[in-house]
Design a protein around this ligand. Structure first.
Ligand code: NAD
Length: 484
C-alpha cells in the first residue's frame, strides 16, 4: 500500500528483499569456535520491532556459559593469538572485513529486521562503517610499535565487550577489530533485543577460519553482562551503553586491575548562529535527531538557535518534518523506522508527557503510523526551559528540545550545562566562531556545519557522564594494549 507522510505525498513501496537472508529458528552460544547450547538451559525470543513478530529463539547465557567463553578466550590467547606474528593476525582481520563487505546486503537486512532502523541507514552507514573499522585496524596489527614510538607494546589478554541495541553490528566492530589487531581475544555480548547481527558475525568469523576461541559471542541480558564484568579472568572491559549501567560497571571493576573504557549516554547540543546557511543547518538537525529514530548516543537532541533566526528555523524544521516518512524499516523511502522495543517507546512517551506538563510547546508531524510495532512521530518542543527534564536528560528517541540564545557565551553556557559531554554541532559561516566554540565545548566530538560523521581514523568518546576512554583511531589501539 502506498504510504503517506504528512504532506500527503503518496510514495510507492520500495521494500528491500529478504530472500537472501536465512535466519535460523534457534541460536546457541558461540564459544570456542562452536555453537553450543546454553548450560543455563534458558532461551528467549527476539522479535522484529516493526511488526512484533518472532525472528528467532536466542540462548540466554548464564554464569557457567560466560565462564566457558572466558576459558575458551584465555586458551586461544595463550596458545595461538598472542603468539601469532602480528602480520598474520592482521590477515584474519582483513578477511573479516572483506567477508563483511561481500555479505553487506544480508547484514543490512538483518540489522533493520531486528533493530528497526531504516535500511538506508544500515545499508549506507552501519555495515560499510563496520567493515571500514575491520579494514582500518587490520592495517595496524603489524605496526603497533609505530603507533606508540619508543614504547613496548603488549596485548592485555581477554577482553569482555558489552554493546547496546542502537548500532549492534557497528559497536561490535568498534570493539572486536582493535582488540584482535592488538592481540587480545574476546568475549562479546550483544544487547538482548538485537542479538542477530552479532550471531551472523559469529558465523562469518567461522567462515573466516579464525582460530577457535579468539572471538566468543554470548547472548543474554544484563545478568549475562554482569557475569562478564565480574569474571576474575577478564583483563579488560569495554562497555557501550547507558550511564546508569556504566556506573555499576565502574564500581564493579574498581580495584580489580581490569582496564576499562566506558562509552555512555549523551545529550548533544546543536548551535545555530544567524549567519549559518539555514537550510543546510535544518537538514543537519533533522539528520542528527530524526533519522535513526533518535536512537543515537550522539543524537543532536538539544537545539540552541540565535534569537533572530528562531522563527525561521522552527518554521523550516516543521516543514521538513512533514515530509519525513515513518514506517517499514525495510522500505528504502523510510526516514524513521521502528522504535527498538516497547520499553524504549514507553520511555520516549513518558518524556513527551513530561515536556508537555512542564509547559513547553509540542509539535508532532501527523504522518501515518503502522498499526503493529513500536512507532513514534518526529517531535519537537519550543519554549523549553534550560532546567526542563527534556533539555537535561537523555530521551533516546526522535524528540528535539529547542531554545534560543543572544550571545556566544550564552550559547556556550547552555550547551555545556548538562551532565553529558559526548558530541556537539556548530552551524555558522564564520570560521572564528567555530574555532572559538570547539575549544570551549565540553564534548568529545564537535561537528561544524555537519553532524553525525564517522570515520575509523577518528577517536570517539565522551567527557563527564558520557564516559571515558576513546574508541577509533590510534587512540582506540591504546585501550587494548599494555604500554611500557
Ligand atoms: P544499557 O546500558 O541498558 O545496555 C547496554 C548493554 O549493557 C546491553 O548489552 C545490556 O544487556 C548490558 N547490561 C545491562 N545491565 C548490565 C550490567 N549490570 N552489567 C553489565 N552489562 C549490563 O543501554 P541500552 O539501553 O542498550 O543502550 C542505550 C544507551 O547506550 C544510551 O544511553 C546511549 O547513549 C548509549 N550509547 C552510547 C554510545 C557511545 O559511544 N557513547 C554508543 C551507543 C549507545
Amino acid at each position: 500500500m502506498a504510504k503517506k507522510n504528512s504532506t500527503n505525498w503518496a510514495l510507492a513501496p520500495a521494500p528491500e528483499s529478504t530472500d537472501h537472508v536465512r535466519i535460523k529458528p534457534e541460536y546457541g552460544l558461540f564459544i570456542g569456535g562452536k555453537w553450543v547450547k546454553p548450560k543455563s538451559g534458558k532461551y528467549y525470543d527476539t522479535i522484529n520491532p516493526a511488526n512484533e513478530q518472532k525472528l528467532a529463539r536466542i540462548a540466554e547465557g548464564g554464569e557457567a556459559d560466560v565462564d566457558a567463553a572466558v576459558k575458551a578466550a584465555r586458551k586461544a590467547y595463550g596458545t595461538v593469538w598472542s603468539k601469532m606474528p602480528p602480520a598474520e593476525r592482521g590477515k584474519y582481520v582483513y578477511r573479516i572485513a572483506r567477508l563483511l563487505q561481500e555479505r553487506a546486503r544480508e547484514f543490512a537486512v538483518v540489522e533493520s529486521l531486528n533493530g528497526g532502523k531504516p535500511i538506508r541507514e544500515s545499508r549506507d552507514f552501519d555495515v560499510p562503517t563496520a567493515a571500514a573499522h575491520f579494514f582500518y585496524y587490520a592495517g595496524w596489527a603489524d605496526k603497533l610499535s609505530y603507533a606508540f614510538p619508543n614504547r613496548r607494546v603488549a596485548p592485555l589478554g581477554v577482553a569482555g565487550q558489552i554493546v547496546p541495541w542502537n548500532f549492534p553490528l557497528l559497536m561490535a566492530a568498534w570493539k572486536i577489530a582493535p582488540a584482535l589487531a592488538c592481540g587480545n581475544t574476546v568475549v562479546l555480548k550483544p544487547a538482548e533485543t538485537t542479538p542477530l547481527s552479532a550471531l551472523f558475525l559469529a558465523e562469518l568469523i567461522q567462515e573466516a577460519e579464525l582460530p577457535d576461541g579468539v572471538v566468543n559471542i554470548v547472548t543474554g541480558a544484563g545478568a549475562t553482562g554482569a557475569a562478564i564484568v565480574n569474571h576474575p579472568d577478564v583483563n579488560k572491559i569495554a562497555f557501550t551503553g547507558s550511564t546508569a549501567v556504566g556506573k555499576i560497571i565502574q564500581r564493579a571493576t574498581a580495584g580489580t586491575g581490569k582496564k576499562l573504557t566506558l562509552e555512555l549516554g549523551g545529550k548533544a547540543p546543536n548551535i545555530i548562529f544567524a549567519d549559518a546557511t539555514i537550510d543546510q543547518a535544518v537538514e543537519g538537525i533533522v539528520n542528527g535527531i530524526y533519522f535513526n529514530q533518535g536512537h543515537v548516543c550522539c543524537a543532536g537532541s538539544r537545539l540552541y538557535v540565535e534569537e533572530s533566526v528562531h522563527d525561521e528555523v522552527v518554521r523550516k524544521l516543521k516543514h521538513r518534518m512533514k515530509s519525513l516518512v515513518v514506517g517499514d524499516p525495510l522500505d528504502k523511502n523510510t526516514d524513521i523506522g521502528a522504535i527498538n522495543s516497547k520499553e524504549q517507546l514507553g520511555t520516549i512517551n513518558k518524556y513527551i508527557k513530561i515536556g508537555v506538563n512542564e509547559g513547553s510547546d509540542m509539535y508532532q508531524s501527523s504522518c501515518d503510523l503502522p498499526s503493529k510495532g513500536f512507532w513514534c512521530r518526529p517531535t519537537l518542543f519550543t519554549n523549553v526551559a534550560q532546567s526542563s527534564r527534556i533539555a537535561q536528560e537523555e530521551i533516546f528517541g526522535p524528540v528535539l528540545a529547542i531554545q534560543t540564545f543572544r550571545t556566544m557565551d550564552e550559547a556556550l553556557q547552555k550547551a555545556n550545562n548538562t551532565p553529558y559531554g559526548l558530541s556537539a554541532g556548530v552551524w555558522t559561516d564564520k570560521g572564528s566562531k567555530i574555532f572559538n566554540l570547539t575549544t570551549k565545548l565540553r564534548a568529545g566530538v564537535v561537528w561544524a556545519n555537519t553532524f553525525n560523521k564517522f570515520d575509523p581514523t577518528s577517536p570517539f568518546g565522551g567527557y563527564k557522564e558520557s564516559g571515558y576512554g576513546r574508541e577509533g583511531g590510534v587512540h582506540g589501539l591504546g585501550a587494548y594494549l599494555r604500554l611500557n
